[in-house]
Write a protein that binds this ligand. Structure first.
Ligand code: GRF
Length: 304
């Protein structure tokens, strides 16, 4: 997988992607780093790692369509498969976005759809989180849509907000989570473990740590079973539209038979649930089990 990164600032997320490529956590390489800011430390990090760089801004290309075209051509020229925005402070041009639809990712330092949109970047996000009094925040990785901070959500990691947090301390804790979640999501997306279907439904692994929120309408009994499956080293996938969960499927290793996993379909008590998603979720579970252990998944879809 060849990755193109667009970054305007410090580039710590870029660095986490470069490092993940070097150690094999991402099976790919960063082919190009583009910045609108010629003195961005992100460009320096890229040069240090021997990666091609491009400075493209209204200073180098006064005509917006020309700028859009230059960025698009650079990505094409280096045969980039996935584009990762990592603190890119400009709106991506329409030609670049159209051509890279469904393979351009962004990371945002809050749990979208909350605390996103125009003006919600940098410290403004963390200040708004603190002012709201929520107890949980954390980064979101999403596909880039046409408006700021929109597009199907691929992954989120919850980070607690502590009582004595300042915007700085919160930013620091969220940034650490960003450096975990962004490389892992790029790899999972690149490998098809996280998939976005044509109607924007996302099927992705679930991390069974926090509570599901009210809108998720997860039944308490299912939530407990899922937690147990997660704790037993099982795999759990959920199907989402926006941030609403439509359903989930899980498999746990069988205690009695080696290499046999038991599949469970979990109902989400929601009118949004689409039974047609079951087979897609089961496919993801089966693939994950076979990748992880080579194990077989037993029981027909729908069994519990
Ligand atoms: C990060 O907080 C990211 O979520 C946001 O911009 C910031 C970039 O930080 N989109 P860095 O340049 O990667 O250090």
């Amino acid at each position: 997988m060849r990755i193109g990164v667009l970054a305007s600032g410090g580039g710590t997320n870029l660095q986490s992607i470069i490092d993940a490529c070097s150690c094999g956590r991402i099976s790919g390489e960063v082919a190009l780093v583009i910045s609108n800011n010629s003195s961005a430390p992100a460009l320096e990090r890229a040069r240090k790692a021997g990666i091609s760089t491009l400075h493209a801004s209204s200073a180098t290309h006064p005509d917006p369509a020309g700028l859009d075209g230059a960025i698009l051509e650079a990505l094409k020229g280096l045969r980039v498969d996935i584009v990762a925005l990592a603190g890119y402070m400009k709106k991506v041009g329409s030609a670049t976005l159209r051509t890279n639809r469904n393979r351009m990712l962004n990371i945002h330092p809050a749990l979208l759809p909350d605390f996103g949109g125009r003006g919600m970047y940098g410290m403004a996000v963390h200040r708004a989180v603190l002012a709201s009094g929520v107890s949980v925040t954390g980064p979101t990785v999403h596909l880039v849509g046409t408006e700021y901070d929109t597009g199907p959500i691929l992954a989120q990691e919850e980070v607690p907000v502590l009582e004595d947090d300042t915007p700085d301390s919160l930013q620091q804790r969220v940034l650490e989570a960003e450096h975990r979640i962004y490389p892992d999501t790029i790899e999972a997306f690149g490998q098809g473990v996280i998939a976005v279907y044509p109607d924007d439904t996302v099927i992705r692994p679930l991390c069974i740590t926090g509570e599901f929120d009210e809108a998720g309408r997860m039944l308490a009994s299912d939530r407990e079973s899922l937690r147990q499956i997660g704790a037993a080293g099982g795999v759990v996938f959920g199907a989402f539209a926006d941030s609403r969960m439509l359903g989930c499927a899980a498999a746990a290793p069988s205690e009695s038979e080696e290499d046999v996993w038991k599949l469970r379909g979990m109902a989400v008590s929601s009118t949004d649930r689409r039974p047609d998603l079951d087979s897609m979720m089961f496919d993801h579970v089966r693939k994950a089990v076979s990748n992880r252990s080579g194990g077989r998944v037993l029981l027909s879809p729908g069994a519990s």
